[in-house]
Design a protein around this ligand. Sequence first.
Ligand code: NDP
Length: 246
Amino acid sequence: NPSLVSKVAFVQGGSRGIGAAIVKRLATEGATVAFTYVTSPDKAQALVSEVEAGGGRALAIQADSSDATALRQAISIAAETFGRLDILVNNAGVLALGPVEEFKLEDLDRTLAVNVRSAFVATQEAVRYMKEGGRVITIGSTNAERMPFAGGAVYAMSKSALVGLTKGLSRDLGPRGITVNNVQPGPVDTDMNPASGDFAETLKGLMSLPRYGKVEEIASFVAYLAGPEAGYITGASLSIDGGFSA
Ligand code: NDP
């Protein structure tokens, strides 16, 4: 049975990869889904068409998550277009790797703006509309728990920040019956981290299950957390990583 009938969801960064799989899965569960994109208007529109062809409802909005005004506006457009907002998924993320000696400060600032600041800004805006039963779900990373190679310090820092943000926000929003959780994937086959890339063999060697995750495996976990059966989970950072952090 679809678990999200009559719910409205907003996904930051939904045009490709894990975010697109989350959009599809939430729509399959009956939710109306608004999502943002920046560089992929064609993919965003194709995803809207795919959801509509399956009998669902979706809306794509161009908004860079590092631009707080644009992000707030996108959320209010979604909430006002569909008359409510029940589920926020903070998925937008960037990966900048490089040795500490050469890492550019602008890459650090961009990483924090997209991976961390946007989760705070979007939550602040979304909870203006949310009622009892609301859900805030952020996509962190298993790299908050384990960063087993050089060059990933800034990415790991950004994903570790989400652990504390999730704990703190759960305290602010618990009294309102809104849960806040952080999903920490391991290597998942997307443009950001292709299973065919040179790096894939090294990563697989670090895992209990020596394989990449599928975007659908992350999306189904997000759909569970968004649903009525997950109402007692909050403040948690939950790894879904093939044992990467084991
Ligand atoms: P992709 O690079 O494949 O896709 C990124 C998505 O986010 C795209 O839809 C992109 O939009 C959107 N996006 C990027 N920057 C912005 C921005 N500034 N504002 C709005 N949207 C933006 O990434 P993944 O699907 O692999 O990653 C999704 C999330 O999962 C990220 O937070 C990532 O850190 C995390 N993650 C990924 C893992 C992996 O192995 N793949 C492992 C652990 C965590 P557009 O298409 O328009 O550019």
